[in-house]
Design a protein. Sequence first.
Length: 256
Amino acid sequence: MASWDPAQYLMFEDQRARPAVDLLGRVALAVPGEIVDLGCGAGNITRLVAQRFPERAIVGVDSSPEMLARARAALPGARFVEADMARFAPAAPPALIFSNAALHWLDDHPSLFPALLGRLAKGGVLAVQMPRNHGAPSHTAMVEASRMPRFRDKLAAVVRESPVAEPRGYYEVLAPHAAQIEIWETEYLHVLEGESPVVEWTMGTALRPLLAALDDGERADFLEEYGRRVAAAYPKASDGKTPFPFRRLFLVARAR
């Protein structure tokens, strides 16, 4: 996995935080225990979790040392651990596993999500938000460009076309293990500023592993191909800003 660039990711910090705020609004904790922020990144969302539950101990978990360094500086009152998100298990079952825009990087969701629910205290909550925008031009343009002859050999192994399933699929895998499940989708209309803001947005997330797999010349050519497709798909509005629809999937499940 390519290294993360916290500055690139946080270019759109306010817009990226909106889904986390919406998810936190649906979380109610009825049992004691700590909170795990799984895939905490730069700690900007961990701060929101701490504000929502100030009386709880929080541990942020991420695999990126660059992101964790930023998180520790931003939120010294929390504990941060470098670990594999799929395998991390706290010493005591937590009251909440919260994950904002992280679990789509992991595979085998039919096994992963019940496992996460099983790590919770009885009555604990699994709260997850994942981007499900992979059918939109921001993401299909990556796939199209990656299949061009000069890129496909290097990118075939890293491009991920549909890492997030339909909402019903998550219900099916969680229902046998959950006391309660709430699943929904929201499409946000982010209004972005800048010359190529959708490219800048994806460079901080989904585009990152593709660019890391290319050399400097290939990277410039790929960005040109991708940028051309994205510019046609997301034209600027009359005020010069770029409306950017983005769909996200949410789930809140309570452990039996």
